[in-house]
Structure formats: structure tokens, C-alpha cells
Design a protein around this ligand. Structure first.
Ligand SMILES: Cc1cc2nc3c(=O)[nH]c(=O)nc-3n(C[C@H](O)[C@H](O)[C@H](O)COP(=O)(O)OP(=O)(O)OC[C@H]3O[C@@H](n4cnc5c(N)ncnc54)[C@H](O)[C@@H]3O)c2cc1C
Length: 238
């Protein structure tokens, strides 16, 4: 049953930012799939079955009854969804797959590098760890152009209050000198990543989003810090 392609109704469409929308896709009656936090689904509109696109789940495996995906207004599918998808619309959904999975474990530290919409699966990582009260440390290092691009800002800040093992760090890359932002500025650097590592042997690095960001993170982590490949997982969106 879990592998079937199913039609799902959008039960909620939330504009997170002017160019970013979360769709909550309601599971059909009796559907109770087994899947993992960090996986992605593939969706298509009923009127264009040949145009399918993958979206990371921004909800976690403990969220039951629906899938959530969070889409940036980019390209054909991204633009159509953000501009047009609304409550009551139907999508076909190919069930979750993927190996971009959090290595939860006592004493492990997950350092999650994200740019823009690449933060979506990390919301799921932190949600699950927080609800299960895991002692796995998670640090999200989020690079945005300016503070208006911080997707899930309130939710991440709330999760930080609930979960002493979670840190939400943001850096802004395109601010004018006059901007009142008091947080970090500039791109993610090897030094900044290094500052957040306490025990390298128990640290797993994740990077997700457009190829350019992921390749940049690989350069920083694998070459800049000399971390073995087995300790890094990436999800390239194209
Ligand atoms: C595993 C996986 C998970 C993903 N998860 C997410 C997610 O959680 N959220 C999310 O928003 N996206 C995610 N994506 C990306 C998503 O699948 C789509 O690729 C994205 O929404 C863009 O839609 P599209 O492919 O129809 O764009 P296309 O129209 O095929 O365009 C693809 C890219 O090319 C650019 N482009 C298109 N036309 C031109 C042009 N004429 N000139 C220059 N550039 C152009 C677009 O800006 C876009 O960046 C994921 C991808 C993968 C593989």
C-alpha cells in the first residue's frame, strides 16, 4: 500500500514568505505509510502527469495523517505551486524515498548547512529530535540573503527554546552596511563551521539545496575541514 501513487488533497496552503509556500497534503482514508524523516516525495498535478518534481518532506515521520512540503517560487513547478496551489487542489504523490536521513544517536552532533529553501528537511530533523527528546545535538547553519528570507524563523526559534540540544544559526549574505541586522554577516566559512564542532568523530554534516550551495558546503567540510566522506550527506536539487 505504501508504494502506491495516491491522489492527495491540499488541506492547507501556507505562505511562509512571499516566495515560499507549504502544502499540507492529506493522506487518504486508511493510508498509514512507513517512511523516514528526511525523505522526499515526488508530486504532479493531475492535468500534467508527465511533469513530476521531487520535494523534501518538511514534516517528520512522527507527523501522521499528512505530508508537508515547502516550495520556493523557482522554475516551472515551483512557480506554479507558489502562485496557484490552494486548499482543495489535488496532487498525485509518489511515496517517500531517499537516504538523506538524520543519524540520531546518543552523543551525535548533526551540523546541517542550508541555503534558502534547502532548510526544509532540517525542520523535519529538528521536529523529530525535539518531540522524541533525543540527546542528539543539531546545529542548523542557515545562509540567507537577508532576514526576510529566513523560512520557519518562528518555528526554529520555538524549537530552540524547547530543545537544549538544538542551535539555529543564521548568516545574511547580502546586507547593506546600514541594515539593522545584528547577527552574523557573510557566507558560511570553514572557520564558522569549525567553531561549532566539538567532537569531530561524532559529527555528521548535512547540506541540502541547489547544487551550487551543496558543492560549496562539500568544499568547506570535506576539503576545508578534512572530514571523511562517510560523515557527510548531501541532497542536490539541481
Ligand atoms: C530530492 C529533491 C528534493 C527537493 N526538495 C525541494 C524542496 O523541498 N523545496 C523546493 O522548493 N525545491 C525542492 N527541489 C527542487 C524541485 O524539485 C524543483 O526542481 C523546483 O521546484 C523547480 O521547479 P522545476 O524543476 O519545474 O523548474 P524548471 O523550470 O525545470 O527550472 C529548473 C531550474 O532552472 C532555472 N531555470 C528555468 N528556466 C530557466 C531559464 N530560462 N534561464 C535560466 N534559468 C532557468 C529555474 O530557476 C530553476 O532553478 C528538490 C529537488 C530534489 C531533486
Amino acid at each position: 500500500m505504501a508504494r502506491e501513487i495516491l491522489e492527495m488533497v491540499v488541506e492547507k496552503a501556507t505562505l511562509e514568505l512571499p516566495d515560499t509556500k507549504t502544502l499540507q497534503l492529506k493522506w487518504p482514508e486508511g493510508y498509514n505509510p512507513d517512511f523516514k524523516t528526511g525523505q522526499f516525495i515526488t508530486v504532479y498535478w493531475p492535468d500534467t502527469p508527465s511533469y513530476k518534481r521531487a520535494y523534501s518532506l518538511s514534516s517528520c515521520a512522527l507527523d501522521r495523517g499528512f505530508y508537508e512540503i515547502t516550495i520556493k517560487r523557482d522554475g516551472k513547478m515551483g512557480t506554479r505551486i507558489v502562485d496557484w496551489a490552494k486548499e482543495g487542489d489535488k496532487f498525485f504523490v509518489i511515496p517517500p524515498v531517499g537516504k538523506f536521513l538524520p543519524v540520531y544517536g546518543s552523543g551525535n552532533h548533526l551540523i546541517c548547512v542550508a541555503g534558502g529553501s534547502g532548510v526544509t528537511p532540517f525542520r523535519a530533523f529538528v521536529r523529530e529530535a525535539t518531540r522524541r527528546k533525543l540527546d542528539t545535538k543539531i546545529t542548523v547553519m542557515f545562509s540567507v540573503r537577508n532576514p526576510k528570507g529566513i523560512i520557519f524563523k518562528e518555528e526554529f526559534e520555538q524549537l530552540e527554546k524547547e530543545n537544549p540540544n538544538f542551535k539555529f544559526l543564521v548568516t545574511c549574505t547580502r546586507l547593506t552596511d546600514e541594515d539593522p541586522w545584528t547577527g552574523r554577516r557573510g557566507r558560511i566559512t570553514p572557520e564558522w563551521v569549525k567553531e561549532n564542532v566539538t567532537d569531530l568523530a561524532k559529527t555528521y554534516f548535512y547540506a541540502c539545496g541547489p547544487n551550487e550551495l551543496v558543492e560549496f558546503a562539500e568544499e568547506v567540510v570535506l576539503h576545508g575541514l578534512g572530514v571523511p566522506k562517510e560523515q557527510m550527506k548531501t541532497e542536490k536539487w539541481g
